[in-house]
Design a protein around this ligand. Structure first.
Ligand SMILES: [Zn+2]
Length: 410
């Protein structure tokens, strides 16, 4: 049987996640029947103008049928899986006939049902989409994003707020929200279990004076993230604890307002591609010498500008001999690569450890006042370098030293 009706599909999962329902009644057809090669199970197939392929529901999955308003031509069918409520409006006699037939299918009492009344549904291939590209607001699916998505691109639609329904896409590997107007991201983004590539270029993440980076250090993101694109976000600095992204291979931060890179950036041993063009950098942290970067883009920065802001403080060699217990303990934590966070140790210690530099020899240095500015040839450290002036391919590094011996070999 085919019922011509109006249907609103409510995804209960979105209600749980506080996603504003973006649904309305749509002119639809509900077909009740069974597949040609499957005699035992009955299905409802829902077609509408925006869902021409149809969604198939097993009648066994009906958790509850709300029939109080049947005499007004309204019923709601609540399905267990997928977690949808189908709110149906139709003319009353047709709807009653449909519900009676549905009841027979649910109870299995189909002896009196004329076979002709049941539709042969054909085998609907349940091909769940894994990729979705949205380049226009009107392309955003009204019934919600398919939960099977692995690749989601939402570009250039002036999105101001992160859509919380994305947080339920557990299969998502790649999320591209470039060219929107997003200012902040929810903490829960860091818990998406499979996300490994995140493109956030040309948004407004740095528009506030302090940027909340908590989302970036969620437990799953620090374990899985391999590519992060934060280009064009007006960022003045990157988070000091960026070293926690221990599987990051590619970092893009072009076209921001960065004056320094985090001292601990070079502690990401997996990092291979770094692009920081169009910023205000005057020097690089020497920890980067410890990374085996395949590619670095440093063009359009301030490396060649002579400024006074980069004068290191006066120091004596004694600073290296006399260290506190805190320094010694911190060096041990870093050397053993022991994980730390503010829920384990006081945040002042976290800050202290996050500020740690690496000596030119690769050992940790916890005194950030003691450094020397020195120019190094980029080609000595990085395989492919993109820089303004190819003939003079050397830039200043802020070099730190762990011992008088390292100073002497500088
Ligand atoms: Zn050293």
């Amino acid at each position: 049987m085919k019922l011509q009706c109006q249907v609103e599909v409510v995804n209960r999962l979105h209600l749980n996640l506080n996603v504003k329902p973006n649904t309305k009644y749509l002119k639809s057809t509900l077909a009740l029947g069974k597949e040609p090669k499957n005699d035992r199970e009955y299905f409802i197939l829902h077609f509408s103008s925006v869902n021409k392929k149809g969604t198939k529901y097993n009648v066994k999955g009906i958790k509850k049928a709300f029939v109080k308003c049947l005499s007004e031509g309204k019923v709601t069918l609540r399905f267990e899986e997928p977690p949808h409520d189908l709110c149906i409006k139709s003319n009353e006699p047709e709807l009653k006939k449909f519900m009676k037939l549905l009841q027979s299918c649910i109870t299995g009492d189909t002896k009196n049902v004329k076979l002709g009344e049941l539709c042969s549904l054909g085998v609907v291939k349940e091909k769940m989409p894994t990729k979705l590209v949205i380049l226009n607001r009107s392309e955003y699916p009204t019934s919600g994003l398919p939960r099977s998505l692995e690749y989601l691109y939402v570009n250039g639609i002036k999105l101001c707020n992160f859509r919380r329904e994305i947080l339920s896409l557990n299969n998502l590997r790649l999320l591209d929200l470039s060219d929107n107007e997003i200012e902040k991201l929810p903490l829960e983004l860091g818990r998406l279990p499979n996300l490994s590539e995140l493109y956030l270029a040309n948004n407004n993440l740095g528009s506030k004076s302090t940027v909340d980076w908590k989302w970036l250090f969620g437990p799953r993101l620090i374990a899985n993230l391999r590519l992060l694109d934060l280009s064009g976000n007006k960022l003045k600095e990157l988070p000091k604890s960026i070293w926690k992204l221990q599987n990051l291979v590619s970092l893009k931060v072009n076209n921001n307002a960065l004056t320094r890179l985090p001292a601990a950036l070079g502690r990401i041993s997996s990092l291979r591609y770094l692009t920081v063009s169009q910023n205000h950098l005057q020097a690089l942290p020497c920890s980067l010498m410890q990374c085996r970067l395949e590619y670095i883009d440093l063009s359009c920065n301030l490396f060649n500008v002579e400024t006074n802001s980069l004068v290191p403080e006066k120091h004596s060699h004694w600073d290296l001999y006399v260290t506190s217990l805190l320094h010694i303990a911190s060096k041990a934590v870093m050397k053993q690569k022991i994980y730390y966070a503010s829920n384990i140790i006081p945040w002042t210690l976290v800050e202290f450890l996050d500020n740690a530099n690496l000596c030119v020899c690769g050992r940790p240095v916890l005194n950030d006042k003691f450094y020397v500015i020195k120019e190094y040839e980029l080609k000595d450290f990085f395989r492919i370098v993109v820089f303004n002036n190819n003939r003079n391919c050397s830039v200043k590094f802020e070099c730190y030293f762990c011992s008088p011996k390292c100073i002497s070999i500088k």
